[in-house]
Structure formats: C-alpha cells, structure tokens
Write a protein of this length. Structure first.
Length: 196
C-alpha cells in the first residue's frame, strides 16, 4: 500500500498518510482537506533571511540531504533533488561506505576501483521561487518554528534542536559543506536568532 504525502497545515512539514495525527506536531491530519493557500503558508514561514548551506537531517524514510534556510519565523530544511538526463528527479543521499570498505582502507589495502568520469548531476535548487512554493515543491521539507525551540545544542558535527511540543530534530554536517559551528555562528548574527 503506497502512502500519500501531504503538508501538515499546523506545523508546515511534509508527513506521510494515512495517519490520524502528524508525526511532527501531533495535530489531527485530514488528507482529504484542501491545502491552505501559499500566502498563508508564506506568512507562517516568515521572510527568508539567510541560506545556511547544506546539512544532513537525521531521519529515515525521507530525503536527508538538503539546504537549511533561516527565516524570521524559523528554520526551513529543503531536500536536494537531482535531475537525471531522462527528466526524472531523485533525492540526494549521503553515501556511507560499508564496513568492509572501511576495514580495507584502514588495513592498507592496495586494490583500487577504476575511476569513472561522470559529469556531476545538476542539483535543483529553485532559488528564484518564493520559499512557500519551494517547500511545496520539495517533498520531505521540514519547518522548525522558532517560537517552538527550547534550545539548540552543538556537539562536534551535529546540531540538535530541542522543541517544546514536538520531537527534537538533529542536523549533521555534510562533506564539502559548512561546519555546524559556522552555521550556528551565522544564525546568531541575525537579530531574530541571537537568543539561541
């Protein structure tokens, strides 16, 4: 049985249905109800302030690599989508080597795989669209309301956001991206985010 994905009208986060309640905020979900208009969602997301860069969101079953954007009302995580030559769009996941590959590396193995020349896939960002539209065009997007955040904890390569009424959310650094310490420092430069 396949799942339908909808944007929760309360917390503005993508959730899979059929479920009675949103997995993020716990509010009842009616998947048959029409979506709220983009103007309402845009007001709830706030004005975009700063693109903080690529991060990995700790979760299963959804896209986990994307862009983190600070707004006047919260943080928006927009998954990265890659366009294929046939026109299809797929989500971007961070590659994690298997334990045998790590063992082979640390034991000093000399076997090498042949290099394959490939052009990098094009990551679809759509920066010219309004943020609310970008959220609707990005299944798996997450919105973290600033008012709902109780505190942010930075540990090594992870930034954990604890929320008052919802489950905590954790972001990790990605290869070739900014460190989360740099992300937090840039976030605190914004007037709306100085208390964090």
């Amino acid at each position: 049985m396949s799942s339908l994905m909808v944007v929760c009208p309360h917390c503005v986060t993508w959730v899979k249905t059929p479920v009675e309640r949103c997995s993020e905020c716990g509010v009842a979900i009616n998947s048959a109800a029409p979506d709220q208009d983009l103007v309402t969602f845009a007001f709830r997301l706030g004005q975009p302030l700063l693109e903080l860069g690529s991060v990995r969101l700790n979760r299963n079953g959804w896209p986990n690599i994307g862009q983190l954007i600070a707004t006047t009302e919260g943080l928006v995580f927009l998954p990265d989508f890659i366009s294929r030559t046939n026109g299809a769009m797929v989500t971007r996941f961070e590659y994690k080597p298997k334990w045998r590959e790590w063992l082979h590396y640390f034991l000093g193995g000399t076997q090498q795989t042949p290099a394959v020349q490939m052009s990098p896939p094009e990551i679809i960002v759509r920066r010219n669209q309004p943020l609310a539209q970008r959220l609707f065009d990005s299944p798996g997007a997450v919105f973290v309301n600033r008012i709902g955040i109780s505190r942010m904890i930075l540990r090594l390569n992870q930034l954990q956001i604890q929320r008052h009424s919802a489950c905590r959310i954790t972001f990790f650094s990605v290869r070739h991206g900014n460190s989360l310490q740099h992300v937090q420092e840039r976030l605190r430069e914004l007037e709306e985010w100085r208390c964090f």
